[in-house]
Design a protein around this ligand. Structure first.
Ligand code: SF4
Ligand code: SF4
Length: 229
């Protein structure tokens, strides 16, 4: 320890200096931004999610999706392995007979209670036919104000695969942000009419200026590995 470290006071003053520097710098930049100045300089070092986001790592575990067969139907065969492996017991499956005699079963209902899910990925690991994945690159969505609003149905989980296929990785995020925007329009704007949703502002959504995630890997690895079967 140096003498100044042993005396404590200089180090305390040094720490206060650094803290105050950042506080007043950020405060003045926020004020400048409000007046339309210095827009190209960041006012805070924290990521302002969801308006901003960092590029996701390739191993990121996002919201679930049910993968699709080439004809658009669900790939899941209702084997219940994911529900058995799930430590939170948040997967509910109701199996049904498939109209095609070559397919034994399919899920009439497939639901994930996202309030109970711990996003461990065990369901993805357990699935023998690559029917469930967590590569949507979207966070768990805030669906509503009731517990049942947070249950993601088979249709929601399949829809994510469709969006991913049609619009790429950013498609799901774009849909989520648009949905939040719509909620803001319905819930908050009537209470505070001066608020504007992003789609009503003249400026582009900040998310559109963020670095985009890396290119999506092949959508259906299982399908490719199995020669399209
Ligand atoms: S991620 Fe984990 S907790 Fe969530 S549904 Fe899958 S196995 Fe269950
Ligand atoms: S998602 Fe996979 S593990 Fe779960 S029931 Fe369907 S086929 Fe089985």
């Amino acid at each position: 320890m140096t003498l100044s470290e042993r005396l404590y006071l200089p180090e305390i003053l040094n720490g206060m200096l650094v803290t105050n520097y950042h506080f007043f710098r950020n405060l003045s930049l926020h004020l400048a931004h409000m007046m339309g100045l210095a827009r190209n300089r960041r006012a805070a070092t924290t990521v302002q999610y969801p308006e901003e986001r960092k590029p996701y790592s390739d191993g990121y575990r996002g919201s679930h999706r049910l993968t699709l067969k080439p004809d658009g139907s669900v790939r899941c065969t209702s084997c219940f392995l994911c529900a058995t492996a799930c430590p939170a017991q948040c997967i509910y499956i109701e199996a049904g007979e498939h109209p095609d005699p070559r397919v034994e079963k399919f899920p009439l209902r497939y639901e994930i209670d996202t309030l109970r899910c711990i996003y461990c990925g065990f369901c993805v690991e357990a699935c023998p036919c690559d029917a469930i994945r967590m590569d949507t690159y979207v966070h768990p969505r805030i669906w509503g104000f009731d517990r049942k609003d947070f249950i993601e149905t088979k249709e929601v989980l399949m829809h994510r695969s469709q969006v991913l296929e049609q619009k790429g990785r950013e498609g799901n995020m774009r849909e989520m942000l648009d949905w939040y925007d719509e909620q803001a329009r319905q819930v908050y704007v009537p209470l505070r009419p001066e608020l504007k949703t992003w789609t009503e502002r003249d400026e582009p959504h900040p998310w559109d200026q963020q670095p985009q995630p890396r290119a999506i890997p092949a959508l259906d690895r299982h399908h490719q590995h199995n020669g399209g079967q």
